[in-house]
Ligand binder design. Sequence first.
Ligand SMILES: Cc1cc2nc3c(=O)[nH]c(=O)nc-3n(C[C@H](O)[C@H](O)[C@H](O)COP(=O)(O)OP(=O)(O)OC[C@H]3O[C@@H](n4cnc5c(N)ncnc54)[C@H](O)[C@@H]3O)c2cc1C
Ligand SMILES: *[C@@H]1O[C@H](CO)[C@@H](O)[C@H](O)[C@H]1NC(C)=O
Ligand SMILES: *[C@@H]1O[C@H](CO)[C@@H](O)[C@H](O)[C@H]1NC(C)=O
Ligand SMILES: *[C@@H]1O[C@H](CO)[C@@H](O)[C@H](O)[C@H]1NC(C)=O
Length: 486
Amino acid sequence: MERNILKLFYLALFFGYAVCYVSQTWQSYETIVIGLGSAGTTAASTLAKAGKRVLALEAQDRIGGRVMTVPFGDGVVELGAEWIHGTEHSRVYETAVKNNISVFPQDTSFAVYKSDGSLGNKELIKELLDFCLETVGHPPDKPEQLGKFLNKKLMNYIKEKHPEILSDQDFINEFRDLMNFIINSYQASNDWNDVTAQSDYEALEGNQEISWHRYGYKTFLDLLLNTYNNGPGWPSLEIKLNKEVTLIKWPKNSTGNVEVLCKDGSVYIANNVIVTVSLGVLKERALTLFSPTIPDRKLTVIDKLSIGVVGKTIFSFQRAWWPDVVGFILFWSPEDREVYKNDPWVLQLKDVATPMGSGNTLTFWANGDTAKLIETLPEDVVKSKMMEVLKKFLGKNVTVPEPTGMIRSKWYSNPFTRGSYTYDNLLKHDYPNARAILGEPLLDATGSPKVLFAGEATDLTHFSTVHGASESGYREALRLLPQTVE
Ligand SMILES: Cc1cc2nc3c(=O)[nH]c(=O)nc-3n(C[C@H](O)[C@H](O)[C@H](O)COP(=O)(O)OP(=O)(O)OC[C@H]3O[C@@H](n4cnc5c(N)ncnc54)[C@H](O)[C@@H]3O)c2cc1C
Ligand SMILES: *[C@@H]1O[C@H](CO)[C@@H](O)[C@H](O)[C@H]1NC(C)=O
Ligand SMILES: *[C@@H]1O[C@H](CO)[C@@H](O)[C@H](O)[C@H]1NC(C)=O
Ligand SMILES: *[C@@H]1O[C@H](CO)[C@@H](O)[C@H](O)[C@H]1NC(C)=O
């Protein structure tokens, strides 16, 4: 009896010591990565692979940030990033290929439906659309609003190639509205005239719409973290979810560690931190997140850069009931515009697409103020209006069934994103180095980087993409590694 108690005592002592010992070793880290989206995951895994002790703090209950694959329909759908944009030198594409994951291009076939249920002039619309998208790649010499620039070029093209439609002002108006919508879907802008025609964005070579289909985009993050197929992860990387960071104390005119405070009261210490929160989160929190406050030049660019909203509402059905094309362009007639004049957001439903990860689902794309509004409207309102629109456009020869499920993105309402991705606005010309300044590290008195910044918005040419976010995470990890690692 006595001996047993003694044994228990020693056992307790041993475990107590072990726990103390372990927690002590892990109490301080070389680097804390804040946010586990594509940038944070790349930074954390690059450092951990190089043997650094890393703690990653993620506010949400999942890894991925603006990459968000959800089981839905008969497979998976993407509420965030959908495609790998380009293959040459793409970190995303290369990660898939290296791991023998076959990702493939999504077919881009589409049909044009009019609001009276008849088919639109697909050939003409495709020709004009291709012309406009091609023209975006040949910007003017002087700064100009993208919408004004495109509209001018478009009208010249129509005069030259299709003078017969010049008299059809309704068609031209609706096509212009469609083109504005498509530009906003690419840029996450609210209006094509908020975007500069001289954007710094550079597309990677290769197909622009490669899909992770039934694997889901989140596979990219699993591969980076070495957790795909129940992989063991990286031994020196510790991940904590549901950890909202509220304050980063950094040594400005001194030296020493960085202290990271979380909403739940926990405090973590590291030699340095990498902040990967979105531009939207920085706009909201830049003044409260750092102590001492970050330099004015950084506050200024956080204010001047733009992040916009792209959103999706996805419906599942018993089975696929629609014609066999990937996308449906909805072309509104003036009469039907009149019908919805009190619900103008409905008129901004112009693109319905079939995602590649699920066979029985349809996605309504939205952007700008419309996307923001859809996030806040009651679910039954969104559902009934969207179903009404589907019936109106696609229901002429088929009976449109009731959906079996509905899911929508909330990138603007989400306090940990506050937007979808960044674009080059008209202020770009007054603040040409804004993205570089956003990505500058904060140094201590000896010039060591203490607070580093990564994230989509900090990439000079591939902002707005997963690839760009990942590049930025890699860039900041390398800043902390003495020699180049793989
Ligand atoms: C609808 C939509 C469609 C898109 N389509 C594509 C596409 O087809 N192809 C493409 O390449 N890109 C696409 N993108 C863009 C792409 O998703 C982003 O550029 C990229 O995922 C951004 O990664 P990031 O790491 O910079 O930021 P995020 O993914 O936002 O990561 C930041 C992380 O920080 C966390 N965080 C925020 N605040 C705190 C805090 N206080 N404490 C702790 N953690 C915090 C967030 O929860 C988040 O996980 C799309 C985005 C959206 C929204
Ligand atoms: C990918 O496939 C090749 C050829 O079959 C094989 O040699 C390689 O080990 C595989 N790589 C991974 C990561 O599975
Ligand atoms: C509906 O069917 C008619 C008759 O077959 C056809 O002419 C028309 O193009 C079809 N409409 C659509 C939208 O498919
Ligand atoms: C260093 O910072 C402290 C606190 O922020 C401040 O009181 C002090 O004046 C600063 N010293 C110098 C030399 O800037």
